[in-house]
Design a protein around this ligand. Structure first.
Ligand code: KIV
Length: 272
């Protein structure tokens, strides 16, 4: 049963700031299609991220790198059609903003214009500051993403916890403050030590949303297919599974196969 606040008619960037200000945790989940977005929105999640994790979850790629801007716009517009209440944030995919700020602005504008989403998310700190500033100056809200940034997986080499060493933790803290200072409305912190999340979240005014970042972020996000157990091989320590839909789905489908083969489907009532 959801405990979402029925007084919130439409979640905006201001709403999630207010949630942080009054100490209420922010719930966020991914979605990539109309039906799932409708379920996530109806359940009361405040922020729906059309993540580039669609590259893994929907398309079966090993990394987030292959997904294109056109594909992200397709997923995002499907999600937007299913959402009445949540704030819809869309990942700018790898290669659509790292080149220069003009390209970044063009990509962000395409997402906003063609999908109807409400904000974009970008991975990185100082290296992409110019692009973020340019997008913000066009009136597009930007969410930052620090810590484990999967678009840089070939630079990191592994999906291990980031910022365990002092130098990387200090850079993350500096980047977080820079993102707040230039006007980002929120910040995803992925797979960093819980103590660092607490420090960053307490020292920022804008809300942090954690994944594998401990309990002290201002909100939490998971990939919805992981939470529902649709994906059944990805088992990181930070993931809590709330259902085993892979088993539910395969059992239901196997039942259907039996019924078709046994001439039990369709029956008389199911025929015209
Ligand atoms: O793409 C994604 O799903 C994400 C979340 C894991 C934060 O960036």
């Amino acid at each position: 049963m959801s405990v979402h606040n029925p007084d919130i008619k439409r979640v905006t960037t201001h709403t999630i700031q207010e949630l942080k200000n009054k100490g209420e945790k922010i719930s966020a989940l991914t979605a990539y299609d109309f039906s799932m977005a409708k379920a996530v929105d109806t359940a009361g999640v405040e922020v729906i991220l059309v993540g580039d994790s669609a590259s893994n979850v929907m398309a079966g790629h090993e990394t987030t790198l292959p997904i294109t801007l056109d594909q992200m716009i397709y997923h995002a517009s499907s999600v937007v059609r299913g959402v009445k209440r949540a704030l819809v944030v869309v990942d700018l995919p790898f290669g659509s903003y790292q080149g220069n700020s003009t390209e970044a602005l063009r990509s962000a504008i395409r997402i906003m214009k063609e999908s109807g989403a409400h904000a974009v998310k970008m991975e990185g700190g100082l290296e992409i500051k110019d692009s973020i500033v340019r997008i913000l100056s066009a009136g597009v809200p930007v969410m930052g993403h620090l810590g484990l940034t999967p678009q840089s997986i070939y630079k990191f080499g592994t999906y291990a916890v980031r910022a365990k060493e002092e130098a990387e933790a200090q850079k993350l803290m500096d980047d977080a403050h820079m993102l707040e200072d230039i006007g980002c409305f929120g910040l995803v912190l992925e797979k960093i030590p819980a103590a660092l999340t607490k420090k960053v979240s307490e020292s920022l005014t804008i809300p942090t949303i954690g994944i594998g970042a401990g309990p002290d972020a201002d909100g939490q996000i998971l990939v919805v297919h992981d939470l529902l157990g649709i994906t059944n091989e990805f088992k990181p320590r930070f993931l809590r599974r709330y259902a085993d839909l892979h088993t539910v789905m395969t059992e239901a489908i196997a039942h259907y196969v039996d019924d078709v083969k046994g001439n039990d489907f369709p029956n008389e009532k199911e025929a015209y």
